[in-house]
Write a protein that binds this ligand. Sequence first.
Ligand code: NAI
Ligand code: MG
Length: 498
Amino acid sequence: MSDLSVQLETPTSGKYTQPTGLFINNEFVKGVDGKTFEVINPSTEEVITSVHEATEKDVDIAVAAARKAFEGPWRKETPENRGKLLVNLANLFEKNLDLLAAVESLDNGKAVSMAKVDISMCAGCLRYYGGWADKIEGKVIDTTPDTFNYIRKEPVGVCGQIIPWNFPLLMWAWKIGPAIACGNTVVLKSAEQTPLGALVAAGLIKEAGFPPGVINIISGFGKVAGAAIASHMDVDKVAFTGSTVVGRQIMKAAAGSNLKKVTLELGGKSPNIVFEDADIDNAISWVNFGIFFNHGQCCCAGSRIYVQESIYDKFVEKFKERASKNVVGDPFAKDTFQGPQVSQVQFDRIMNYIKEGKDAGAKVEIGGTRKGDKGYFIEPTIFSGVTEDMKIVQEEIFGPVCSISKFKDKEEAIRVGNSTTYGLAAAVHTKNLNTAIEVSNALKAGTVWVNSYNTLHHQMPFGGFKESGIGRELGEAALDNYTQTKTVSIRLGDALFG
Ligand code: NAI
Ligand code: MG
């Protein structure tokens, strides 16, 4: 590895320069302790390169840079300019779409066709929040004739953002967009499994014209750099996406340090409910996409499929047929739908769940095995014959594995739909408007799709009920996470108490 970058190549974008340093104050730098860690290609299990690792000391440096920018030039920047910079960044994502998508595929294993959609969604999200920057407005509140009261929406300050590996750049954009629109500065840690795209995108921050220190991007491990962010005394807010287990630790760290504001986007075990009057072929397409998209590595994956009993047998046959056609293989091949799981750890975790399901007596309708002998590929897997108490029905598997079972009526659908500790997403398939609305309203989930799945959009809030999280990302709702309300009350009349 050269000092701060390396020449790499992808099958679709050719040769490119991959930054490997920590991006602090608009420059790529080495970590203070000189540590590096390896980045693995999940399709081949080979080392792609190594990148510099941030430790607590680097987090301190990045936070100091973000603090200096926040208290200095960034505070004085006009909202209009903040918006312009985000739009510049969005344009650069579009200009570099093929490269960014290829790096995502190389690093994460996602099909390059899907990665391209991710990158356009990044651009859409950054541009959307660019549009918000000069529309964050306060209020005037009349109380008594001799006071003038107004409310300002002020930025929170230095925001620590910790993101996962399943949508490395999309999570980057979801976090950075609203934080910057509201006038905060950022220290973002990418996931240790997928640091590459975040660093290529870091280069675009400088090109977009952001002042030094406004957005800092570091690579590193959760227990070291992640924990240092969550417990830092000079980080005003932490936003996290990842496992529920770590979400709890982040809250504890915030509580045990400076009570920084916390937003969490955690796991799910989302129900996908098909009524007998649904358009069955349409429903099967969405159910298939709901669980197998991104190799099942979606927080909102529709991993529990419930089908009304009168159409159950027919549905299972057709669903098996459909899922068997999902092309699993090289993410850079044109028609690949499903690439490898992100890491050996995730691969083992998923294979363990599959074993659990088999041992508990569930029936493997299709899949249940590894595909090939190199790379972390797993066959699309459908379990039937499950009971509600089985681990594979209760716990997030985060892989191409789902369970399918029957329900009798609307009441039962709602009951099983709500029967986990999670509440991130759900879907209902029906042609009956009353059923659609009644069931959607009764499901305890942050997002409910009717006759579709996974159709997230940056204009619509996303986040969890129950143990799936705290706060909402995207849409206008995300601005609440990144602003705080200040009340200013001006006395116009004489002194009240003489
Ligand atoms: P994780 O929750 O450990 O990692 C997510 C991020 O948190 C990474 O950037 C990681 O470095 C960081 N992190 C880890 N420990 C930390 C700590 N103590 N303090 C601060 N930051 C920390 O998730 P992991 O281990 O990669 O995946 C485990 C499971 O989590 C998956 O099987 C899946 O069920 C769930 N998950 C959910 C995601 C979602 O989108 N909601 C995304 C990734 C994982
Ligand atoms: Mg972990």
